[in-house]
Design a protein around this ligand. Sequence first.
Ligand code: GDG
Length: 482
Amino acid sequence: MAIKQLIEAPLVVVTNREPYVDERSNNGIRTIQKAGGVVSALDPLLQDIGGHWIAWGSGSADIEVSPGGKRQVPPEHPRYTLHRIMLNQEEIQGYYAKYSNQGLWPLSHMLIERAQFSRRAWQIYRNVNQKFAKRVSAVSPEGAWVFSHDYQLSLLPAFVRKSRPDVAIAHFWHIPWPPLTIFRLCPQHQEILRGLLGADVLGFQSELDVDNFLNAVERTLKVPVDRDTGMVTWQDRHVHVKSFPISVDFAAIQQLVETPRIRRWVRGIRRHIEHRDQILGISVDRADYTKGLLPRLDAIKEFYSLYPQYRERVTYLQVVVPSRTEVAEYRRFYDRVAKKTQEVNQLFATSSWTPIITLPHSIDRPRLMGLFRAADFAVVSSLVDGMNLVAKEFVAAQVDKRGVLLLSETTGAANELENEAFPINPLDPEGFANTLHEALSISADERAARISTMRAHLMKHTIYDWMEDIFLTLKMAAQSYV
Ligand code: GDG
């Protein structure tokens, strides 16, 4: 792996969620890996080169199985150290449920009416960030490279910098960065900027996010920003601010959908669909209001109304995974999606056909990729989304090149895929319905050509290229200090 050669210092990864979870089972404690974009890329790297991973022990049974929250992972052949930060109920509420998920998350997605901040939650958020930073400072070897993540840990870079000026820090912000008029509604916006500027490299999903961030720094902190290089001069240091669009492990997804088990499963689904002359659509989202699930259901309703020829032909499968159930708003949202789905189904269902089938839970990754392979179309209709990995996973899994992708113009993924995907405005149900009709009307050759172009792009821009780019930038930044 080229990345391995690039990393010249011990690596310390910091995320909110942990890569391995201890769960109680009938046979005692079992440790399972949590798969996700970042975990599935960084875990193999740390397994290869060793190092440390610090995260909130959110899903783990309790401390007694891992004294001091420290654990060697993977359990069957330990290669690196996982340090769990244990949080009490008050910390979980203040840091995670409130400040991060009811404050920064909606604000960054520009849904200002949903954003709520409180000084009490801020204090807790700050303390938890400090707690993470203390652990990073304690375990980082001399000159380590710290790779920290996202909006839950915005203050961590500056806290670590203060106690450990010898380490190099890259921080990646996975969600959008809003325009200044919106960002400044966060009562602690200046502290957040100062916290992030403790990093040497700050990564965002798109150029637009970088622009918005630099604007905020320039206008609120009144510090010099070099727009051409993305360099911010802050406390006698340079901070490299750059866009690094995240991606997927293209080869791994391709391999996964070619395994005999998944091929069989896909063949079974296809036989079922083709036998009934059906068209299968799919969407996969966490039950989160930013993903546009409710407006999408309006659009599907519009589609069956405007184009009745698709009734009993197009079946739409939505995988809706419960998310952030600690937050009451998310639980209510989940119920609203279920109710609206039922309404649409009641309008159009016949004795032998249900328009929308919901899988209301998470399914294992191989089958999920299998569904992407089997589908005739996928819909990603986020209101706003930093990137959206589902869109890229769908393209990677489409080895038979039959599917079309309907992709919201306001996702990071649209910057790369908008020419071959069918762009949709998530708030335009009629336009959305027309686009779906158009997408289903193109020839098999055009479908293959579109998906092939997207596949060629993603083959060259994988999650490993993303990491390499970040580490290369960090290496340059680290060298400028010696
Ligand atoms: C944030 C940003 C950015 C979903 N259901 C199942 C399942 N998933 C997996 C998907 C995909 C991941 O979860 C979701 O990633 P997204 O990118 O779509 O969205 P967020 O969770 O909001 O992620 C986003 C991302 O960070 C990375 O930077 O792209 O913009 O909001 O990988 O496949 N996986 C399995 N079963 C499910 O039922 N196994």
